[in-house]
Design a protein. Structure first.
Length: 192
């Protein structure tokens, strides 16, 4: 398993702006850290749950139909290249909208409606873990590690929200290009 590519992929997807991170940032600015943390706890639990469901389904699939791994890796690769392209071409003039609901439940439910999270959870396990490990302890540890990385990303947006927001706005295009290139690198490393 290429740990470097795995970690790069997880950090890029969880730390880059997406619906959850933008809502967290907006909640910090409009309602404070306490409300944003409530939302973050809900988002983290749902993120971990989605990862666990994905790992279980993917493990069953790879055990029952071993050849499906190649198809799942291809889907993951296509998604990662698409995500890199989306990050690269992201509109740098766009500003996040305000969110009026920074609750645990809204954070939890958003993860199930967030395409970035759903597709990530469906691709990260078959792309990085299952080619090397199919035993339940290794898959479980992977789910826990990815969930912790996601939680760290959410906390980063909470704790450094104001600084991070200004930095992204000031250097958005450069950050997008760097993130897109790192994502392409992680995609290439899947096949090596």
């Amino acid at each position: 398993m290429d740990i470097t590519s795995f970690i790069i992929y997880c950090f890029i997807v969880t730390f880059t702006p997406g619906p959850t991170n933008i809502v967290i940032l907006s909640t910090v600015h409009n309602y404070g850290v306490k409300k944003a943390m409530e939302y973050t706890y809900g988002a983290t639990i749902a993120f971990g749950l989605l990862l666990a469901i994905s790992a279980l389904l993917n493990t069953v699939l790879i055990t029952v139909i071993p050849k499906i791994l190649i198809a799942m890796q291809m889907i993951g690769t296509i998604y990662m290249v698409y995500l890199a392209y989306q990050i690269y071409k992201m509109d740098t003039s766009e500003t996040p909208t305000d969110n009026k609901t920074g609750t645990f439940l809204s954070g939890f439910l958003m993860q199930f409606l967030n395409p970035k999270v759903v597709i990530f959870t469906l691709t990260v396990i078959p792309s990085f873990v299952l080619p090397y490990y199919i035993d339940m302890p290794a898959v479980t540890i992977s789910v826990i590690v990815i969930t912790i990385i996601g939680f760290l990303a959410f906390i980063t947006w909470v704790l450094f929200g104001a600084i991070f927001k200004h930095f992204l706005q000031k250097h958005k295009k450069v950050v997008n290009v760097i993130m897109a290139l790192c994502l392409v690198y992680a995609t290439i490393m899947i096949w090596m």
